[in-house]
Ligand binder design. Structure first.
Ligand code: DI6
Ligand code: FE
Length: 414
């Protein structure tokens, strides 16, 4: 396979989360799906220019790593627009959940939907994310809440991975909400998750990691520890929806058990940030949920910075607390609502999002040997990505060395 060489690019390499790692007037060479070389145009090795190659002149436009949405629930049926209206009339997210709505109303609709119907709905949401340059996506189960329906959701995620040009990580979220058939029996449901549901999904080869919702309206720290025990006995990575609506000590528990990430963490205490750093646990911020639920408690960003906790940003795309189908808008919200800098926002959807999925050796930055997952943007300034609201400057996207259809693809933009 010949080299693909993209020249005249403004590279934001994102090799670490402290700066864009800009290389102006740069070139990047791709071979066998990987980044083979990158650097200033002036120092392109002769061996690259002397071979036949597919060339693309970028016109000094910005080229970044492909974006990574490291926390989504894109597989679900129906919507919760009625719940949105109830919240606008004063009902809280917790009250709606406690009266049998919320997550469980999506469970009813998702259980009723066949795999193909779920696929069609998720596929259209996926297109929205891919159009903005997302090349890696995490998808959680959690609206099935029994073996067959959790497996059905994970099969949809698997089908998306096989049919669309995107890398997908599948996360088992059986401990998301108490299904109605277990009313009043949280411990019995957690036993079922550990002894039946998780092993079944794992044996079907459909689980990359295990998550849970640790909250008074969902499961306790002790119950989540049992789920983690089972996950870790199967050799699976763990992560947690932690400290979103109240402080339970869940983020510290997860970090001390080596969780890849703790997500939401509005109620994390500043002095707990150190434990995240010590355990290399990524703080995943989800400004779409904070915005949608009109929350006021913000995550302790200053303490996360002080302790050098890697910060990632994701959409949390789900029908209840974050119907947000745009990772660029999540970046903008992280800046405006949580005071992140545009550098932190882009690191949050590239290198640090890769860490949140345990994929930092493969993707998340422009470095020789990593997968050639990249985006060309119609700007030369990386701050534009987080600054604009509702714009989409994504011109072309490459995944593992292959241009996505409908992208600039070495010739024309379609
Ligand atoms: N936290 C969330 O943000 C989503 N799940 C969770 O545990 C919300 C899911 C929903 O409301 O449907
Ligand atoms: Fe979530």
């Amino acid at each position: 396979m010949p080299f693909k060489i993209i020249s005249n690019a403004t590279l934001a390499t994102m090799r670490d989360d402290q700066s864009y790692g800009l290389i102006p007037s740069a070139a990047i060479a791709i071979k066998d799906g990987e980044i083979a070389w990158l650097g200033p145009m002036a120092s392109i090795p002769d061996e690259l220019t002397s071979q036949s190659a597919e060339l693309l002149d970028c016109g000094n436009r910005l080229l970044t790593p492909g974006l990574i949405d490291c926390h989504t629930h894109i597989v679900y049926a129906g919507d919760r627009a009625t719940e949105f209206e109830k919240r606008l009339q004063g009902a809280s997210y917790e009250e709606i959940a406690q009266s049998g709505g919320g997550i469980n109303s999506t469970v009813v609709q998702t259980r009723e939907a066949c795999q193909q119907a779920l696929y069609a709905q998720a596929d259209s949401r996926l297109s929205g994310l891919m159009n903005e340059g997302v090349t890696t996506l995490e998808i959680k189960s959690g609206y099935g809440l029994d073996s067959d329906n959790e497996i059905k959701m994970l099969k949809v995620a698997d089908q998306l991975a096989k049919t669309r040009q995107i890398r997908i990580q599948k996360t088992f979220l059986g401990a998301h909400s108490l299904p109605p058939e277990y009313a009043g029996q949280k411990d019995a449901y957690i036993d079922h998750v550990c002894n039946v549901m998780l092993p079944a999904a794992f044996e079907a080869g459909l689980v990359d990691a295990v998550d849970g919702f640790c909250e008074s309206i969902a499961f306790s720290v002790e119950q989540m520890q049992r789920v983690f025990d089972k996950a870790q006995s199967l050799g699976l990575a763990v992560k947690l929806h932690a400290e979103q609506l109240s402080h339970l000590g869940s983020a510290v528990m997860a970090a001390q058990r080596g969780a890849l990430s703790v997500d939401h963490i509005e109620f994390l205490r500043p002095d707990e940030a150190r434990l995240l750093a010590e355990n290399k646990t990524v703080a995943v911020l989800l400004p779409g949920a904070f915005y949608t639920l009109n929350e006021t408690q913000k995550p302790p960003v200053e303490a996360l910075r002080e302790h050098k906790v890697p910060i990632a940003i994701a959409t949390d795309l789900n029908p209840g607390s974050s119907p947000l189908n745009s990772l660029l808008l999540a970046m903008n919200m992280a800046c405006t609502l949580f005071s992140l800098t545009p550098v932190e926002a882009l690191a949050g959807t590239t290198i640090n999002a890769a860490k949140a999925l345990g994929l930092e050796k493969e993707t998340g930055s422009l470095e020789v040997g990593k997968s050639a997952d990249l985006v060309i943007w119609d700007t030369d300034n990386p701050a534009m990505l987080a600054y604009q609201i509702g714009a989409n400057p994504c011109l072309s996207t490459m995944v593992a060395g292959e241009w996505r259809k409908n992208s600039l693809s070495g010739q024309e933009r379609s």
